[in-house]
Design a protein around this ligand. Structure first.
Ligand SMILES: CC(C)(COP(=O)(O)OP(=O)(O)OC[C@H]1O[C@@H](n2cnc3c(N)ncnc32)[C@H](O)[C@@H]1OP(=O)(O)O)[C@@H](O)C(=O)NCCC(=O)NCCS
Length: 213
């Protein structure tokens, strides 16, 4: 557990417990709702990932301020398909989210940076994600292309980002990366997703400018 003071309030970071699951899923839903698509599916991704052998329970972390859960991140083991035929074990992460009314106070970066220190200790190797360089760049992520790793769905993608947890982890490695199957669970099972989402308070799905899907 990490306890400290940010610019504004005292915060604590700890691993999630079963009694936190529903609150975290609701937080994830609140944070992602209508951001990348009408509604969101990230809370279901998290829910299902907990059953996966690739899920990293030690890195399913909650950030609390004054005893209230205001942030969460999860990690999963994944791999790079190296051009020389090897499978390089490494980690990815997400969803990561901060409660909407606590955004832009520095908590997202605090949670990410702390989780990456723990991931390094667990020999996560490197992290690969699709994300916004404006946020991840502050934590030293770079375009994965500069490290020789291509996003399988879009090999020229500059929004596909990398962070070596151990300097030089990717030296001598080129290859491509597929998002793990666990991130597509809502598309693969839309009826189960709809049943799951109906357990949460009703929210309006809106088509908004800037959404990706
Ligand atoms: C992305 C998210 C986790 C960031 O958390 P946060 O606590 O708001 O971010 P921080 O305050 O730690 O931001 C640190 C720096 O990152 C950059 N940053 C953060 N969010 C940004 C945004 N939306 N656009 C541009 N830059 C951003 C800024 O430089 C910021 O520093 P500043 O506020 O001093 O300018 C949060 O906005 C969130 O939950 N979003 C919805 C879910 C989501 O999109 N998750 C990420 C999916 S890849």
């Amino acid at each position: 557990m990490l306890s400290s003071n940010s610019r504004f309030e005292k915060y604590t970071i700890r691993t999630e417990q079963p009694c936190d699951f529903k609150a975290i899923e609701n937080l994830t839903r609140e944070a992602f709702w209508n951001v990348y698509r009408p509604g969101c599916t990230e809370h279901y991704v998290l829910h299902c990932y907990r059953e996966s052998p690739d899920f990293v329970p030690e890195l399913s972390l909650i950030l609390e301020v004054e005893g209230e859960i205001v942030g969460h991140v999860m990690y999963a083991w994944s791999h790079i398909d190296a051009d020389d035929g090897r499978k390089i074990k490494m980690m990815t992460f997400g969803p990561i989210n901060i409660r909407p009314d606590f955004k832009r106070k520095g908590y997202g970066k605090i949670l990410l940076d702390h989780s990456m220190e723990l991931a390094k200790k667990m020999e996560g190797g490197c992290l690969l994600i699709v994300g916004n360089i404006d946020f991840y760049g502050k934590s030293s992520f770079v375009s994965a292309l500069t490290k020789g790793i291509r996003y399988a769905d879009d090999p020229e993608a500059t929004y596909f980002l990398c962070k070596e947890l151990d300097d030089g982890f990717l030296d001598g490695i080129t290859g491509s990366y597929h998002d793990p199957e666990g991130y597509f669970v809502a598309d693969q099972n839309p009826e189960a997703f709809d049943r799951f989402d109906a357990e949460f308070p009703p929210k309006e799905k809106l088509k908004l400018p800037g959404q990706l899907f």
